[in-house]
Design a protein around this ligand. Structure first.
Ligand code: AGP
Length: 608
């Protein structure tokens, strides 16, 4: 996701300062590059560069630029790595039209080809740049009014967008359009704002107008007109008064970024699923023919690779192994040109992981990475990249990026299953149908378990330690659940394969000792049931993450979290972790800790 802002005002001021101030409030939405467009003395001034906002305004003196109308953008790269040329705003050939955009234009390649054939020249690798040239083409070559040219251009777009356009062809207007990506208007007596999110202007006004999908807006310094993009009917929508305090607004009203990001998971998974990245099939094909397959990652990202390791063994019938990044040395002698290494990393900057893949590449391995940050270091060592499209994750504890990493592992696994004949095309299609439902399943899981998570957290918060146990592919889920609890509530929790707990760890169990079981109705179900009974016999308080309507286990455990049916045998490592994220979050809050900034931790560990 990116942050976009527009300001139009009656009086001329140093609008450069205003637009930067508003963009700084949106830095949590994207921060790999910054840009502004300002109309000053009938000239369109563009200032932009790669880097965080403070780095860019150090280099470029934007604040003193005066004017009455400006748009700005903080970028979270999706198409094209972070760079000055890829930063927004993007302009038309004649330099008179500037566009900022948040979203993904799915048909941009086709539009770009057609516009190039008409003589337009492009300077960036972004999808967004087609918008400025499209408007120019309709305005200059089809002699439409500028407003009509903007509308016609937007109607050509397929995908998601929140767009702001300014031009010296219409120097008293900001034209905007919204579909799927957020866009709101803020207004006070001096100026009108338009932005991706309320925080951009909340310290200037609490009068807000929410825009809906398929709406086109024409903003003047004294008002705004909203139209339905399909019918072009004008819509009347009065402002409402938002009650958030400024610091709450960046969290969309949630008390912490971590809870906001847990709740963002349906949307971030939908962003991943919708992208249908071609690199997924390429990664599966390279894994399929490789002799040795190693996943490499750290922390939560490492746990996500256990799904990939499991699926390669199951579908490819080859020994594959997930390696903790800092221990990559241990398998270096097994790496050659017949080896595939799959680094998984949210930041793409984890030094342990980078070092491992550098050595693997030197020894001829193919590097097929799964990464969130476009253009990050790991992607630059990679032969193929699958992007998470999860947007910036501000909470130090990984949540939405963990689910995105895990779904990417499942995505590759499905292609591998088809390639290896583990299932036929019909079975593949059926799996794909369920795969596409995962965003909805996660949403239901959050809705159905948040109250229970708070209840269990009240009890768990008084504990000093606990176990997280599972079997099969969900040992990964136990690992991640325990890590979440450890890293934000500081309760010492260990995860084990449930069968392993008898070989020592069970000695720790005493009355009311917390033991969390991940117990989907898969092939491990009966064995997990007996493990639960073993723990109950020793006085443990057991918590089950179970399939809804599973009364057998519900009656065995002290508390249960319910997962929608149909996701026990396949994709279970996605919904079954969600209650554990909520449990860790509410336990930390109950213990008086800040989940967003856990002690001793950094968001990205760029040292060894
Ligand atoms: C998990 O909550 C932590 N933030 C940490 O374990 C993290 O997953 C690990 O440091 C790997 O980071 P990366 O995904 O950016 O490589």
């Amino acid at each position: 996701m990116c942050g976009i802002v527009g300001i139009i005002q009656k009086n001329e001021t140093k609008i450069g300062e205003e637009i930067i101030h508003a963009l700084q409030k949106l830095e949590y939405r994207g921060y790999d590059s910054l840009g502004v467009a300002i109309i000053e003395d009938d000239k369109l001034i563009i200032q932009k560069d790669k880097g965080k906002i403070n780095e860019v305004i150090e280099k470029i003196d934007i604040a003193p630029i005066s004017g009455k109308i400006a748009i700005g953008h903080t970028r979270w790269a999706t198409h094209g790595p972070p760079s000055k040329i890829n930063a927004h705003p993007h302009v038309s050939c004649d330099g008179k039209i500037a566009v900022v955009h948040n979203g993904i234009i799915e048909n941009f390649q086709e539009l770009r080809r057609n516009l190039k054939e008409k003589g337009h020249t492009f300077s960036s690798e972004t999808d967004t740049e087609v918008i400025s040239h499209l408007i120019e083409d309709f305005f200059v070559n089809e002699h439409l009014s500028f407003r009509e040219a903007v509308i016609k251009a937007i109607k050509q777009l397929v995908g998601t967008y929140a767009i702001c356009v300014i031009s010296t062809n219409a120097p008293q207007r900001i034209y905007c359009a919204k579909k799927d990506s957020p866009l709101v208007i803020g207004l006070n007596s001096n100026r009108i704002f338009v932005a991706s999110d309320i925080p951009a202007f909340l310290d200037q006004t609490q009068q807000v107008v929410l825009l809906h999908d398929n709406e086109f807006v024409e903003i003047r310094s004294d008002g705004y007109n909203i139209f339905n993009l399909i019918s072009m009917e004008q819509i009347t929508r009065a402002p409402y008064t938002v009650s958030w305090k400024a610091e709450m607004a960046q969290k969309a009203g949630y008390p912490h970024f971590m809870l906001k990001e847990i709740h963002e998971q349906p949307n971030s998974l939908y962003n991943y699923v919708r992208m249908k990245q071609k690199s997924v099939k390429k990664v599966a094909e390279k894994i399929y023919v490789a002799e040795r397959i190693f996943f490499v990652a750290a922390g939560t990202a490492y746990y996500s690779t256990l799904t990939g390791e499991y699926l390669v063994r199951k579908f490819n019938k080859k020994l594959s192994q997930s390696i903790i990044a800092s221990e990559f040395e241990s398998i270096l002698n097994l790496i050659d040109e017949n080896t595939v290494v799959v680094p998984v990393s949210q930041s793409g900057e984890t030094m342990d992981t980078i070092l491992g893949i550098k050595k693997a590449k030197e020894q001829g391995a193919s590097i097929l990475s799964i990464v969130n940050v476009v253009g990050s270091t790991i992607t630059r060592y990679s032969d193929e990249v699958i992007y998470l499209h999860a947007g910036p994750e501000i909470g130090v504890a990984a949540t939405k990026t963990y689910l995105a990493q895990t779904i990417a592992n499942w995505d590759v696994g499905l292609e591998l299953g088809l390639l290896s004949g583990s299932f036929n095309k019909t079975e593949y299609e059926s799996h794909r149908k369920k795969f596409n439902q995962l965003p909805k399943i996660v949403k239901t899981t959050i809705t159905n378990n948040e109250v229970q998570a708070r209840t269990v957290a009240n009890w768990f918060s008084k504990k000093k330690s606990g176990f997280y146990l599972a079997r099969g592919i969900n040992v990964q889920t136990a690992n991640e659940g325990a890590l979440k609890m450890k890293e934000i509530s500081y309760i010492h929790c260990e995860s084990y394969p449930a069968g392993e707990s008898k070989h020592g760890p069970i000695a720790l169990v005493e009355k009311d000792f917390p033991v969390v079981f991940i117990a989907p109705k898969d092939h491990t179900y009966r064995l997990i049931q007996s493990n639960i009974m073993e723990m109950n016999a020793r006085g443990a308080s057991t918590i089950g993450v179970i399939e809804e309507n599973d009364d057998e286990i519900k009656n065995l455990v002290t508390w249960s979290f319910k997962i929608p049916q149909g996701y026990s045998e396949i994709f279970s490592t996605i919904p079954y972790v969600v209650p554990l994220q909520l449990l860790a979050y509410y336990t930390a809050v109950k213990r008086g800790y800040s989940p967003d900034k856990p002690r001793n931790l950094a968001k990205s560990v760029t040292v060894l």
